[in-house]
Design a binder for this molecule. Structure first.
Ligand SMILES: [Zn+2]
Ligand SMILES: [Zn+2]
Length: 390
């Protein structure tokens, strides 16, 4: 008994003995931020989100862009991603050290819309984009600024800023940054001028992590001569004086089917378009563009080039590494891999010619009877040729 008593004697309380948590560790930068240039391509999530990561690896990328749902439908898949799928994706991406992960938002979203129904729908859809991007652990969410319709550019810019702010309400953003993409300037699309992009980014930066993503094909079609050495220098000066190079973590690296100032958005294989191989080498090796931004964060160049034939995707990634002068640093691609397999190509071209046939039938049905025979034989000939090609 006396012994027990001795043990039970309470020692005097000393606040120094209180448990003290260690100071919060400085958050480590993600493993992909090693200061090197990042190169990748838009990969498909068809079948599973994980497929996009495997494709990026097999194509020789160290960064990638995806859609988180079908980009041309309002309801193009689940609004939310089941946590099990999301965590498997995040873990696999970590294993593969792929980054940055860029999510491209739905094309139907128009954050500049004046029409209230379309604007509400766009804000809701963009909200869902943010939730999915955060779930996947994305670094950037790229969105087109939208079309101003009847209104002026100044009004559109403030509408866009307001729409994004509404869409981010009550969403924990995690490490996600919203990037506004420049446009080719088709129709009333806002964002073909760097000043417009900068206006939106500046408005967002007051409350949100934001920046811009510049597409080389859009710059060129909008009249920025990045093909010539002096044109590139002056365009970089304008980037610096408007958006600021530190706010440009991602470039879409696309050649253009459209000549300088043509204001139409048509991507071409790297080096095969109006911008050309030499210009891409200059862009990818430019000290102000390829250099690390911020602390150890490499800038990403992501292709959104067409895949006309199996292997086009792999070849465009390889060409970016080569033109960046980093061929020997490139992750090894899987020999012969392509997101477009010969079987998928065949299936797609059958679908296309079926669609063409049925639209020709519709056209024929609505055409006046007189004088149609010449057209008919011509289009019949063309259809046969197309079938042979496929
Ligand atoms: Zn885009
Ligand atoms: Zn484009």
């Amino acid at each position: 008994m006396p012994e027990e008593q001795r043990i039970a004697v309470p020692i005097e309380f000393d606040p120094e003995d209180e448990y003290r948590p260690e100071p919060e560790p400085e958050p480590l930068p993600p493993s992909w931020m090693d200061g090197r240039i990042r190169i990748g391509i838009h990969t498909s999530i068809a079948g599973s989100y994980l497929n996009a990561l495997e494709s990026a690896r097999k194509l020789g990328c160290n960064a990638l862009q995806i859609f988180s749902a079908s980009p041309r439908m309002w309801q193009g898949g689940p609004t939310r991603i089941p946590e099990l799928d999301a965590s498997a994706f995040r873990a696999r991406r970590q294993d593969l050290r792929l980054g940055p992960l860029v999510v491209h938002a739905n094309y139907l979203i128009n954050l500049a819309a004046g029409q209230p129904m379309l604007r509400t729908r766009s804000i809701q859809a963009f909200h869902d984009e943010i939730v999915r991007a955060v779930a996947l652990g994305a670094d950037f969410l790229v969105v087109h600024p939208g079309a101003r319709g009847e209104g002026g550019a100044v009004q559109a810019i403030s509408t866009i800023v307001e729409s994004v702010k509404q869409a981010t309400k009550r969403v924990p953003m995690g490490g996600l940054k919203i990037l506004i993409e420049n446009t080719a300037g088709m129709g009333t699309a806002i964002g073909s001028r760097l000043e417009e992009v900068a206006g939106i980014v500046a408005g967002l930066l007051r409350d949100l992590p934001a920046g811009a993503c510049l597409d080389t094909a859009h710059l060129f079609a909008a009249g920025y001569d990045i093909k010539s050495e002096s044109g590139l220098a002056s365009t970089i000066d304008q980037m610096e004086s408007t958006v600021g190079l530190e706010n440009l973590p991602v470039f879409h690296a696309n050649d253009s089917k459209i000549p300088l100032g043509g204001r139409v958005d048509r991507h071409e294989h790297i080096g095969k378009g109006k911008i050309g191989k030499e210009a891409f080498a200059r862009i990818l090796q430019h000290p102000q563009l390829s250099a690390a931004i911020g602390e150890g964060a490499g800038r990403a160049f992501l292709a959104e080039t067409p895949i006309d034939d199996p292997g086009d995707d792999r070849r465009n990634v390889a060409r970016l590494w080569e033109l960046a002068g980093l061929k020997d640093q490139a992750p090894e691609a899987e020999k012969g891999f392509s997101m477009l397999t010969p079987a998928l190509k065949k299936k797609l071209s059958t679908q296309r010619s079926q669609k063409a046939r049925s639209s020709r039938r519709r056209e024929k049905a609505s055409r006046p009877k007189v004088g149609g025979s010449v057209h008919r034989s011509k289009s019949g000939h063309r259809a046969k040729k197309a079938r042979r090609r496929g």
